[in-house]
Design a protein around this ligand. Structure first.
Ligand SMILES: [Zn+2]
Length: 159
């Protein structure tokens, strides 16, 4: 009596938790259908279609809980609560990402404005925009959408 080996997990099995070892190429090859399957309609509209949530409506604009904000799409650490500040804008705002390589910046000239879009460096999720009117020490304001983030309370570090 033989025991068949378990089939290898399919490419679609990326998990948004600390055990995920999927890399950038893996995440960025996901199809729209795969994203729709794991995201809420609001998350999909914002993170995959560069939407913006209404101010003062997201779940994190006024959150002061210590912890780490991860990408809602792929689980990568993006921002630490220590860098979160009250910007008064109604969106969660940070003066720096948790690591320079965690996010990428892109010129966005939609809506008749030239802004700097911020995306997750691993899965290219749209996170929000960065402006140059933040507090010291960076004087930058990462204006993020709550829908693109997932707060893990306690600031547990990932290796
Ligand atoms: Zn991501």
């Amino acid at each position: 009596m033989s025991v068949d080996p378990k089939p290898q997990a399919a490419a679609s099995a990326c998990k948004t938790d600390a055990s995920s070892s999927c890399g950038r190429t893996h995440w960025q090859s996901r199809s729209d259908a795969q994203w729709r399957a794991i995201l809420t309609p609001e998350q999909y509209r914002i993170a995959r279609e560069a939407g913006t949530e209404s101010p003062f409506t997201g779940k994190y604009w006024n959150t002061k809980t210590p912890g780490t904000y991860r990408c809602a799409c792929c689980g990568q650490d993006l921002f630490a609560s220590e860098t979160k500040f009250n910007s008064g804008t109604g969106w969660p705002s940070f003066y720096a990402p948790i690591a320079v390589e965690a996010v990428t910046e892109h010129v966005d000239d939609a809506h008749g404005m030239v802004r700097t879009e911020v995306r997750c460096a691993r899965c290219a999720a749209h996170l929000g925009h960065v402006f140059h009117d933040g507090p010291a020490p960076t004087h930058r304001r990462y204006c993020m959408n709550s829908a693109s983030l997932e707060l893990v309370a306690g600031g547990e570090k990932r290796s």
